[in-house]
Design a protein around this ligand. Sequence first.
Ligand code: SAH
Length: 376
Amino acid sequence: MEVMQVLHMNRGNGETSYAKNSTVQSNIISIAKSITEEALIKLMNNTVMESMGIADLGCSSGPNCLLSAWNIIDAIHATCRDANRPIPELSVALNDLPTNDFNYIFASLSEFHDKLEREKGSGFRQCFVSAVAGSFYGRLFPRRSLHFVHSSSSLHWLSQVPIDLENENGIATVTNKGKIYISKTSPQSVLKAYAFQFHKDFSEFLRSRSEELVPGGRMVLSFIGRNSSDPTTEESGYQWELLAQALMDMAKEGIIEEEKIDTFNAPYYAPCSGEVTVAIEAEGSFGVDRLETVEIDWEGCLGEKSYDVKSKSEAISRGLRVANTIRAVVESMLESHFGENVMDELFRRYGEIVGDYFYERRPRYGNIIVSLVRKG
Ligand code: SAH
């Protein structure tokens, strides 16, 4: 599978679009806001900066894309105001894969600029927003042109299906029978292949950013991760396990071929914090200022309260809503493998399976937030 070509969040503004189904990710941006502010304060510490290069990597489309940019600008504004310093000219680059719906972003830009001037004053006239299409697992910007990099809910996507699971023609070489991600029944070779691919990709990400950031430049990255060192526990990727169940049900009824399921593996990995720090230390260009793991439930809430499910029918309707949030993210990939015509049926079944699971359990995504500084 060519991830660059098939992975994109659902476009536009419709029922199944990412724009309408990304509250979980928007809440994650808000959770990391204070860490982003802290990193910017440290970055601007006592220095008057004339201009700043900022990048949001894996920006997607929809309201979250400009929400991250807004939070960064808001923090810069507050820091300059508190220190009674002029606001630097800002270059804000929004990056995603070439198939991303960049038009959605361009269409919202004039409203964004109006809001900036209205709420932050004329100092923000010099805020230059651009879009950069390409993979963040490689160079995107000139050497030493960036001061701050932000990325939210994106780095759990791998650059490709793990090398050892698929040959160069996209044919599966190790079978992950009836599953589409790491599962209790997966052979050890599958676990190893995923861990290896994450290490390789994340190291490449760090290497590329280390060239683009100025010494002392900072990054705040948040992405799905896990608490346990065991990648087969439910917190690691149970959304894929349930999706595989829905696919297998359809295979049993002859709606899709079982072989298609065996040959699909998600280009996704939820690392534990140890895997993240090992890669950072081995690459060597960044120091870890802060690393936190937070949990958020599948509907995007932090507390326990939301799991007060009173009836089976309530669980099912909440399951269907959760299925839509996952559909907005993974449909492009599944559609290219299983065909467009089975998507409605697949996500209807998936919603019911998620609903049943909700009735019994309190599923959560682990989320790693790491704040890094480029060594000088
Ligand atoms: N930051 C946004 C979007 C998260 S969705 C938010 O918080 O809501 C994840 C995004 O990462 C998707 O738009 C996907 O296309 C992008 N992405 C995945 N792999 C990427 C890569 N290698 N390079 C650039 N963007 C990538």
